[in-house]
Design a protein around this ligand. Sequence first.
Ligand SMILES: O=c1ccn([C@@H]2O[C@H](COP(=O)(O)OP(=O)(O)O[C@H]3O[C@H](CO)[C@@H](O)[C@H](O)[C@H]3O)[C@@H](O)[C@H]2O)c(=O)[nH]1
Ligand SMILES: [Mn+2]
Length: 739
Amino acid sequence: MEKSAPLHACHVNKITIIINRAHVFLHSIAILFLIHYRLSFFFQHPPNIIIPTLPWLLIFVSELLLHLAWLLAQSHRWRPVYRTVFPERLPADDKLPPIDVFICTADPNKEPSVEVMNTVISAMALDYPPEKLHVYVSDDAGSDATLRCTKEAWNFARYWVPFCRKYGLVTACPDIYFSSSEDGFKGSSEFKAERKKMEEKYEILKQRIRRIVQENHRDVAVNNKLDHSSIIEVINEYYKEKDEVKIPLLVYVSREKRPSRHHNFKAGALNVLLRVSAMISNSPYILVLDCDMHCNDPTSARQAMCYYCDPQTSQSIAFVQFPQTFRNISEDDIYDSQLRFIFKIHWLGFDGAGGPTISGTNFYIKREALLGNFSKQQDLMTLKRSFGPSNDFIKTLVEDYKPCFIKDGESSKMLLENANVLASCSFEDQTTWGTKVGFLYFCVLEDYFTGFTLHRKGWKSVYLYPKRPQFLGTATTNFNEALIQWTRWVSGLTSVAISRFCPLICGSLKMSLVHLMCYLEAAFMPLLYCLSLWGFALIPQLCLFNGIPLYPKISDSNFIIFSIIFISAISKSLYEVVIFGDQFKEWKNEWRIWMVKSVTCYTYGSLDAILNKLGIKEASFLPTNKVTDDEQVKLYEMGIFDFRAATMFLAPLVTVILVNFAAFVRAVVKALVMDDDGDQYWEKMFSQMFLSFYILVSNYAIIEGMIIRKDKASIPLSATLLSVVFSVFILLIGSVILC
Ligand SMILES: O=c1ccn([C@@H]2O[C@H](COP(=O)(O)OP(=O)(O)O[C@H]3O[C@H](CO)[C@@H](O)[C@H](O)[C@H]3O)[C@@H](O)[C@H]2O)c(=O)[nH]1
Ligand SMILES: [Mn+2]
């Protein structure tokens, strides 16, 4: 009876689907009317002499681009699904497949070691048979401090893991566990005493880590070595005494680095782990974690196994993705650091269409899916051309390969030497690593691109969004860092959009049209938004400034088309906030940050990708800074913008505000002063005045930062002055060209 019970279920909310599709239908009709209205301008006889063609054309193009972006985004609303799993129905522990956990870290100065070690410890404490769990830490900085901290973390895990198991803790990460009052006052006196002891041990661990970091801090060369051989250490070996409760294997890996070689960022690091782990544990499933992402709930592994232990889905599913959830999101998340749109809305629809793409971290992936299409019957030379020259690694590709690495707790020296070869710079030369095998190097967004390639090959994926966050990370809550991060993401997405891998060109018949549209939306979203929003931020305003109407009068029946489109878009997004139980604030923040990102990081990221394509600029992946300063965190928590950001981000924002302000004020004055046709002027210019007003009100935070606030985090005078120059220039040029 138990055996036939399903391990997982997929729910479709029919009402949501009906509402979404009805909205798509009605909104599309309104858009068609708008297109008709704009097009009819060009067929007027005699041509409209009051309104010049160029601004009309530009605003029409902006509208078309925005509608295209909207249409693509509807793929995420087409069939959202929600999944549940039943891990209690899984087979007995001895039948569960082994898992390797990959944790990437790259810079001890930007990634606080205490946090990184919490990720390591929480992964070791996953609720899974310990002999079937192997944790690998990839240190791209080759930092001695990280190696020493990893040893300290292992030492702590020897006590922490048995403690978690004994009392069935629901929080696997020590930092989260001790910073909440979970279990603190409950339980037997024995538990309380042990908890206290653990807390003390954790304090000691933190102190030791901080001391190690301090000792190394003085020496930058030790902290981020760009020139070193590979280092692979199996941490468990350092402690010979036998522990009562087994704990997972912990391995430290730092791949070889040479200044003359390209390292392919995180994807390069993950591929080294793929090879090294094959020699040591070769688990068929892999959990990938960023160093800033702790395992909050230890049950994620069993949840993911509900798909891999089901013979019906195990063959087709390449990865099980969990959302990125964060522990440092404030009430008023002004920068939308929680990425609500992605993980609460889009990924549910992506899942319904064929599976979400890889989201960088928090996913359980099948090793086989990453190894590409190869046949075990292929001759050795062909396999070597794909996978590199190591005979030992080729052996690991065979299904019945059992790593002979751990024999009675002793590591085999020879295998470790071979593993070092696999972590060398030159190993991937003349192979298909990064192009066909492993995580792909084509763009800095290795996650999106690798996910897309897997789906193109016919693999599926699933999205699990359980109520209790399985993983909790640290989101970027610093304005400048958030914009830099988005610039990198956008650059990655756009580089795919403008390449031969564009989903439009190389989508496959193995993917549904809606699924392809989900990928297209992600790839083109930045370009479409930045182009159209620049249009909306300047063209109607420049025309307003010069008294040229671009929209129908209020009394014109066509006015209703524009009103319907505006109200429909606004109310649908409000509906999506409400049904997910989020607050009005979130809706307001999302609209504002969308405008802000469109004229800053979407623009710069797209430009970066284009320059990269032209060979003018190289792609880069600087890890985001996870070190926070108290003042900045305080501002974020109070919902106040921290404008201590690069001028290249501030200048476009302030310029747009100034142009809108100038146009709006001039129009109001004109409407008041011109009594002869005063009424008509209001009527004629209402839409443009409303648009400027809407932009100004939505972005009041920028006006406040520019004029009212006098604190350190307000907009510096230099940025404002520079923007004044830009806006005067834009107003002048606009008046000459457009009118
Ligand atoms: O050369 C590098 C650069 C980064 N990393 C690691 O990659 C992870 C992600 O880097 P982070 O600085 O945290 O970037 P985010 O923008 O926060 O990462 C998001 O975007 C990345 C793609 O740009 C994805 O890989 C991530 O999973 C996703 O969370 C971190 O653990 C880094 O240590 C490396 O291992 N090597
Ligand atoms: Mn991160």
